[in-house]
Unconditional design. Structure first.
Length: 111
C-alpha cells in the first residue's frame, strides 16, 4: 500500500498530465476508491471489487483509445500521449497488484 504522501503525489502528477488530454476530449477514469481488506472482506465484497476493477480496466482502455485518436487528429503530441498512456497504465497496474494481493489474503483465510 502506498503512503498517503505518495498517493497525493501520484494524484497530483496524474491530474497534471490529464489536464491537456481533457482539453483534447479524453478523460482519465477515476480509479476505484477502495480495495477491500482480504483478511476481513466478505466474498460479495471481493466479487464487487473485482467487477469494479474490471469496469475500471475497460474505462482505461477506452481512455487509451481516445488518446490514440487525439494523436491521429494532431490534437495531442505523441510524446504527451506516451506520458498519459504510461501514467494511466501505471495506476491501473498498481490497483490490480493491490487487489491481487488482497485476493491471496482472502483465499488464505477461506480455504
Amino acid at each position: 500500500m502506498k503512503f498517503p504522501y505518495q498517493v497525493l503525489l501520484t494524484a497530483a502528477i496524474a491530474g497534471s498530465l490529464a489536464a491537456p488530454a481533457a482539453l483534447a476530449g479524453c478523460r482519465l477514469p477515476s480509479a476505484p476508491s477502495k480495495i477491500p481488506d482480504g483478511a476481513t472482506a466478505s466474498e460479495q465484497q471481493m466479487i464487487t471489487a473485482m467487477q469494479t476493477i474490471k469496469e475500471y480496466d475497460r474505462d482505461v482502455q477506452i481512455y487509451l483509445k481516445c488518446l490514440d485518436f487525439e494523436v491521429r487528429q494532431n490534437r495531442l503530441s505523441p510524446s504527451h500521449q506516451v506520458s498519459l498512456h504510461n501514467a494511466a497504465l501505471g495506476e491501473l497496474e498498481d490497483i490490480a497488484t493491490e487487489f491481487n494481493h488482497q485476493v491471496k489474503i482472502f483465499k488464505s483465510k477461506h480455504t
